[in-house]
Design a binder for this molecule. Structure first.
Ligand code: FES
Ligand SMILES: [Fe+2]
Length: 357
């Protein structure tokens, strides 16, 4: 395991962006503890349905807001009131914005410093996303829209929790431009196309290849990150599908990851074949990702890549990733350095290969 500083990614230890911190079902009126970005956090759902993620410790005397079972406030089920939360120790009450709005026993005005850092949150495809930002600014981009989630013709994903990896998220990001692992790890065959494109906060991979387990025909995958933590991959064919992979830093050099696959069967409602095929597809997609995991879980940190002709544009993806670890004022600079479109050598449509044949 190596740290952000050792990779030399930027000023901030953790990136700015939207990150998965749980599933919608995890957010209830019982606050739960979370640990991400080297911080103790809590999450709950207020009476209005609003999900709140905030730092875990009360500013009064640093009580953990979601690690108490024996306070009468908790035992009486009174900890969440409307969209507010009460501290189990002395019952100070905080709004979803983190501001203290009641100190039940004190006649004095509420101190201005009586506030907890609260984070922008949204629900996206049954996931809870929080906006992490060392500069505490408002989100400057949004996750990719997910109309499939509301579309009855699509079978929604069940989220697979993949576990924790003692590897820096940089190693996961490298995968988006990694052409040469697709054959050995995922069984890609007859690769016709491998292209990469970075455009501001989005980086994309376009792949056309056969697949050893899924198909003899050439399939086209369009895979992209929207910011540093949310990946979607669209595959069109007899079954259209949309895969998500989310990864979120826990500590510096450690991540947690999830996977899901939505499928659009050709028949609506599904016939018997579709009913068998959809879960098999979902399982196959998860297994493909676990092939990457197997490597990530055991590799040493790669602080610099020994790049050769035929490798994808790793350096550009690493430059792209830096925009999220540096102050906003420098984002345009990193985007200008990384924006572009690359065709990696060694695909069938590449003149370099045709000349060698
Ligand atoms: S420690 Fe939270 S109210 Fe006193
Ligand atoms: Fe991979």
């Amino acid at each position: 395991m190596a740290t952000t500083a050792e990779y030399g990614i930027g000023e901030f230890t953790f990136p700015r962006g939207w990150f998965m911190v749980g599933e919608s079902a995890d957010a209830t009126n019982k606050p739960i503890p979370l640990r991400y970005f080297g911080r103790d956090l809590i999450m709950y759902r207020g009476a209005s349905g609003r999900v709140v993620v905030m730092d875990a410790y009360c500013p009064h005397m640093k009580t953990h807001l979601a690690k108490n079972e024996s306070s009468y406030i908790v035992m009486d089920g009174k900890q969440v009131e409307g969209d507010d939360i009460r501290c189990p120790y002395h019952a100070w009450k905080f709004g979803p914005d983190g501001m203290c709005n009641e100190i039940p026993y004190s006649p004095a005005p509420i101190p201005k410093a009586a506030k907890i850092r609260s984070y922008p949150v949204q629900e996206w495809g049954g996931l809870i996303l929080m906006w992490h930002d060392e500069e505490e600014g408002e989100p400057d981009f949004q996750p990719h829209p997910l109309p499939e989630w509301e579309d009855p013709k699509w079978v929604n994903w069940n989220v697979d929790y993949l576990g924790e990896l003692n590897c820096h998220p940089q190693e996961i990001i490298d995968n988006i431009t990694d052409k040469a692992h697709l054959g050995p790890i995922h069984g890609s065959t007859d690769m016709e196309l491998f292209e990469s494109e970075a455009k501001d906060h989005v980086i994309r991979q376009l792949l056309a290849a056969g697949h050893r387990t899924l198909s003899d025909e050439v399939m086209t995958n369009d895979t992209w990150y929207t910011g540093p933590g949310l990946l979607l991959s669209r595959m069109n064919g007899y079954y259209n599908s949309l895969m998500m992979i989310c990864h979120t830093p826990i500590e510096d050099g450690q991540v947690r990851a999830w996977h899901g696959l939505m499928v659009e069967p050709p028949n609506f409602p599904m016939n018997e074949d579709d009913k068998a095929a959809v879960p098999a597809f979902q399982e196959g997609s998860k297994m493909a990702l676990l092939q990457d995991f197997d490597v990530w879980a055991n590799k040493a940190p790669c602080l610099s890549i020994m790049q050769v002709i035929g490798d994808g544009p790793f350096g550009k993806a690493r430059l792209w990733y830096k925009q999220f670890y540096n102050p906003r004022k420098d984002v345009k600079k990193y985007q200008a350095k990384s924006n572009g479109h690359w065709v990696t050598k060694g695909t069938k449509r590449d003149p370099w290969v045709e000349a060698a044949e």
